[in-house]
Every structure is written in C-alpha cells, then in structure tokens.
Design a protein around this ligand. Structure first.
Ligand SMILES: CNC(=O)c1cccc(C)c1Nc1nc(N2CCN(c3ccccc3Cl)CC2)nc(N2CSC[C@H]2C(=O)NC)n1
Ligand code: NI
Length: 191
C-alpha cells in the first residue's frame, strides 16, 4: 500500500511533531534502485517544499515554509529526504537525497544567526546550532545513481539538519545547554 504517491499533496496533518518516537529512530537504508512507491513519496515531499515556499499555495493549505523534509517527518522509517532552496548564486536547487553519508567535512563551523526552525517543532528554540561549514556527501539520486555532492554555507546547514533527522537528531540537541548563544571556536555566523 503506498501511503504517498507522486500526486499526494502533503499538508501539516502528515507532518509528525516532536514527541513522536519515530523522530528519534535511526532510519533504515532504502533499497536501490528505488521502488516506484519510494520515488512517488520523494516527489510528494519535494512538492511540499515547493508549495510551502509559494505564498498563495502555503496560505491555501496552511503550510509552514521549509527548505528540507525527511521521510521520518512524514512517519516513514526511510533514509531519504528532499531539499529545495536557492544556492548562493540564487539558483533554485532541487535535491532528492537517498542513503546519504557525510564522507568528509571542514574543520570550520558555521551557524545561522537566527537559529534553526523545523517543521516537526512547533515552537521557537533559540540558540546557535553549530554545523560544518563545508561537507562532502555520498548519496543516491532519484534514478538510483551514486552521487558525490559538495555543500558550503547555508546549503551545508540544510543538508546537515536533514541528515540529522535521518539519525534521530533534532536541531536543538546541538544547542549548547549552558550558553545557547556561545560562539563555537572555528566558527563563522551565516546571514
Ligand atoms: C533564513 N532564515 C533563517 O535562518 C531564520 C530566520 C528567522 C527564524 C529562524 C528560526 C530562522 N531559521 C530557519 N529558517 C528557515 N527558513 C526561513 C524561511 N524560509 C522561507 C519562508 C517563506 C518562503 C520561502 C522560504 Cl525559503 C523557509 C526556511 N529554515 C530553517 N531551517 C533550518 S535547516 C532546515 C530549515 C527548514 O526548512 N526549517 C523548516 N531555519
Ligand atoms: Ni527539521
């Protein structure tokens, strides 16, 4: 039974919120090549992100805007996520990321000046979330091909936020409990 297919319109109703144990599970690798069902689910996840970033559509369906969504956030224990954002050159980037593995990263650390938000967290959790400034990721794409992806800056933050979800980690786990606005060493503040 396919809970989601390429035409499913995902709304906030399908998005699992903190407290649900699935958000704390390490997700299972997805068989490659992708089944039609897993492809359809990823396409629906990407459509959520696009819908959420369009003011009219977001208003129509009551969607919170996001640039990344992982499968466990819609209740599926699958090691895959979608990301949709504009890169530092202002070009829209669509990423279907399956069975990702960070194969190398910078020593340098960055964090979003305004902290991070998450579709599964219905509250503001303030504080800096230290992330690697650059990462190199091995993953599979929608066509089941192995890809090596390199990210830096905000895209690198987005990717790490989503890969964390696949490992049962939520962004606020990384905020310093004693001093949420402590500036990590080797760090640069993003926008
Ligand atoms: C640049 N603004 C800030 O940093 C930021 C600023 C203030 C507060 C917080 C808390 C911030 N933090 C934060 N803001 C975002 N959005 C900003 C608005 N945007 C968006 C909104 C409308 C249309 C199109 C778009 Cl694109 C969607 C994305 N997203 C994330 N995260 C953390 S990594 C995964 C990603 C995610 O998708 N979360 C749901 N953090
Ligand atoms: Ni999140």
């Amino acid at each position: 039974m396919s809970k989601f297919d390429a035409n499913t319109i995902i709304t906030m109703k399908e998005i699992v919120r903190e407290g649900d144990p699935i958000l704390r599970e390490v997700t299972k690798e997805v068989p490659i090549p992708l089944t039609e069902e897993d492809r359809g689910t990823l396409i629906a996840m990407m459509q959520y992100l696009k819908n959420s970033q369009d003011p009219a559509t977001a208003k129509k369906y009551g969607l919170r805007p996001g640039v990344g969504l992982s499968a466990n956030q819609i209740g599926l224990n699958k090691r895959m996520f979608a990301a949709y954002f504009t890169n530092e050159k202002g070009e829209p980037q669509e990423h279907y990321v399956i069975n990702p593995k960070i194969i190398s990263h910078s020593v340098g650390v960055i964090f979003l000046r305004d902290g991070e938000g998450c579709l599964s967290v219905d509250r503001d959790v303030k504080g800096y979330v230290p992330r690697y400034e650059r990462i190199k990721v091995k993953a599979y794409n929608l066509d089941g091909e192995e890809v090596i992806l390199r990210f830096k800056g905000v895209p690198s933050i987005i990717m790490q936020h989503e890969i964390d979800h696949l490992n049962g980690i939520i962004f606020y786990d990384r905020i310093d409990k004693n001093d949420p606005f402590k500036v990590p060493e080797n760090s640069v503040m993003e926008n």
